[in-house]
Design a protein around this ligand. Structure first.
Ligand code: ATP
Length: 656
């Protein structure tokens, strides 16, 4: 590969702090891997090189990319009959290389009869995530075993039990628990004082109870979580200068990928680690910072040069991935962000087709057209796996998945799509419709009896099969309750004569289910629109069926298919269209990309209120656009759930 001038500078400059600002597709990962190679070739001890990424998958991918490069280089040297005596021969690694990998490298070395291969040296470089690095440092200091770190599943189990035992009732338990886990992590990471904290998910007293209970459990079981690990590492390095000095001595060269995603505490710790030599090499793109909600701070990258005086800054200004039109469109968009490094990004490739933007009447029409275009691309010779459809959130991708199933187009999911039909709102609506269709199962009545609140007591349903007469006799001395029972009976009778979509609307508007959603949203500190959207989606789906039975059958079939896809999505290398959220598409590239539902409220998301949130949304859309190599299609709709909706402001900004 012929490196450009900026890439050469990033590779050749050896010591001191360095910041490589790289736009999308400009060879960021390529530069890191080649830099490691250069360091080793210059005789740097591999065990003194630490490469940090943000996810396990990224660490594994980076290591694999580097080892592949090292193998190619070894092969070249072997063919040229060069000896590698200058390569370092020993040292120890933070992460011991996998046995199989170690022996494969050694076996190759023996077979080649060469002194020391680049691959063998490279396998002693430490590739890790912030979590794994901090964990190892703490393990050395405190000697605690792996079981001390609480797993995600253990956390979820704990909160489930806590909610059951404390009588706290929530509709959407799994979703609530993961929101609380994220919120606790955010509060810990930002070191916020609970006294002045306003919870995003529930009343303050609830949040405090959950937070304190969780902390107490960790204390009692002697466990720590990832957030504690960060705080502990910071404390360890602050209080034990001797331990800090030992780690500083060990890691002479620190390289961090995707630096724009770093949070404050991670930065503070890694900054201490880089001292006093400051051979600190960071690569990132502030325009691709999309994890603000997890505490990522692109501002840290913007202030890096102040924190490390004498930093050498390199801008990689050539995009090798996309056509001129795709690069220009995305640059126009991101130019509207105010808090950013101004950078140039020249397309290496020439002109292609213009970026296509279309507005459709409604989501059904939009998804049908996307599915037909995908088929047309396939007919024209593109493999399925060269095509991706990107969404703002996983819930938006459900309709596309349904359409692709209908068109028999194989697809894979990069995220787990939440199943619309197993949402608690769907379960409530289905329970109403089951009862209207004649079900007298107690479990169905439990679901709907107080949604909206009718002040029914569970005791009133004392038999597995419910009878309205029995219910009336339970409340015989309370006229107002008898009236409610009669109202419910009459409503169910009316519903039984309606088509599914009309029945859903009847439940929401006449029976008062929307009022119940409104009050629940208030309790959960959400906008009611978030819940209405799910109900709207269900109404839209119901509209396609003549009978409740047919709708139910469709829901069952869809669930089975989705389970199959979710399961298969974990296996790699298959020829399928990719459905992905914009977040999960980061770092990937496809010849053909569709970015759909680019409407206000979705892109940018309705939760984004502050100017900083809008900038984050703009970055996310930028990441999505820049995944495309050859063809980029952007789509929006005029109407959603029979209401007019505006095209995203980002469309105009991108000049589409
Ligand atoms: N000098 C070069 N000449 C030709 N191709 C190059 C050069 N540098 C990098 N590339 C190629 O450009 C593509 C994008 O590179 P890479 O994946 O490193 O980009 P990136 O900066 O990590 O992108 P992103 O941030 O969007 O994920 C790769 O296919 C890589 O091989």
């Amino acid at each position: 590969m012929d490196f450009n001038k900026a890439q050469m500078t990033a590779l050749e400059h050896r010591d001191g702090p360095m910041m490589v600002l790289a736009g999308p597709g400009s060879g960021k990962t390529t530069v890191i891997t080649h830099r490691i190679k250069r360091l080793l070739e210059a005789g740097v001890d591999p065990s003194g090189i630490l490469v940090i990424t943000f996810t396990k998958a990224a660490a594994a991918e980076m290591k694999e990319r580097f080892l592949r490069l090292a193998r190619e280089e070894d092969e070249k040297r072997r063919k040229a009959g060069k000896k590698d005596d200058h390569l370092p021969k020993n040292g120890w690694s933070l992460h011991r290389p996998e046995k199989s990998q170690q022996s494969a490298a050694e076996a190759r070395q023996r077979a080649q009869g060469a002194g020391n291969s680049l691959e063998a040296a490279g396998s002693r470089v430490s590739f890790g995530t912030f979590h794994s690095v901090f964990y190892h440092i703490l393990k050395w200091a405190y000697r605690f075993p792996a079981g001390n770190v609480i797993s995600g599943e253990e956390k979820r189990q704990y909160f489930k039990k806590f909610l059951d035992e404390s009588g706290m009732e929530v509709e959407d338990e799994a979703e609530f628990i993961s929101s609380i886990i994220n919120e606790i992590s955010y509060v810990k990471g930002e070191r916020l004082d609970l006294k002045y904290y306003y919870s995003q998910n529930c009343p303050e007293e609830w949040f405090k109870k959950l937070y304190d209970g969780y902390d107490e459990m960790l204390e009692q079981t002697g466990k720590i979580d990832f957030d504690d690990m960060l705080v502990m590492c910071h404390e360890l390095f602050t209080e034990r200068k001797d331990i800090l000095a030992a780690w500083q001595k060990k890691f002479k060269y620190i390289l961090v990928d995707e630096f724009q995603d770093i949070n404050l505490l991670q930065y503070q710790v890694v900054r201490m680690l880089a001292l006093p030599e400051n051979n600190f090499f960071i690569v990132g793109d502030d325009d691709q910072s999309i994890y603000r909600f997890r505490g990522a701070k692109p501002e840290i990258m913007l202030g890096f040069e102040k924190d490390f005086p004498g930093t050498k800054r390199v801008l990689l200004g050539t995009n090798y991935r996309s056509t001129k039109e795709i690069v220009e469109t995305s640059l126009k968009l991101i130019g509207h962000n105010k808090v950013r490094f101004e950078k140039k990004l020249e397309p290496f490739r020439g002109s292609g087709r213009p970026v296509d933007f279309r507005v459709f009447d409604n989501p059904g029409h939009e998804m049908d057209t996307v599915a037909q275009s995908i088929r047309a691309y396939h007919d024209a010779g593109y493999a399925w796996n060269e095509i991706a459809v990107l969404f703002r959130t996983g819930t938006n991708s459900g309709l596309m998945a349904e359409r692709l199933m209908g068109y028999n187009i194989p697809f894979q999911l990069r995220d787990v799509i939440p199943n619309l039909y197993s949402h608690w709102i769907a379960k409530d609506l289905f329970a109403y419709m089951e009862i209207a269709a004649g079900s007298r199962k107690r479990s169905d009545f439990y679901r709907i009896m107080n949604r909206p609140n009718r002040y029914f007591s569970r005791d009133a349903f004392d038999t597995p099969t419910v009878s309205f007469d029995r219910l009336k006799s339970f409340y015989q001395d309370r006229d107002w309750m008898e009236d409610r029972i009669c109202d419910l009976e009459a409503d169910l009778r009316t519903m039984s004569r309606l088509k599914p979509v009309a029945a859903v609307n009847y439940i929401r508007k006449v029976i008062g289910y929307d009022d119940y959603l409104r009050s629940y949203a208030e309790f959960r500190r959400m906008k009611p629109e978030e819940l209405f959207e799910t109900a709207d989606k269900l109404a839209e789906s119901a509209a396609e069926f003549e009978t409740f039975e047919a709708w139910k059958e469709h829901a069952v079939r869809y669930e089975e298919e989705l389970k199959k896809q979710n399961l298969e999505g974990t296996r790699e290398a298959r020829d399928r269209v990719t459905l992905s959220t914009m977040h999960s598409a980061k770092g990937l590239e496809y010849p053909v990309v569709f970015v759909v539902d680019v409407n206000e409220g979705i892109v940018p998301h309705h939760k984004a209120g502050l100017p900083a949130d809008i900038e984050e949304e703009r970055r996310l859309f930028y990441v999505a656009l820049t995944r495309a190599k050859d063809r980029l299609h952007v789509a929006a709709v005029r109407e959603r759930y029979h209401r007019k909706t505006d095209v995203s402001r980002f469309i105009g900004e991108a000049g589409l």
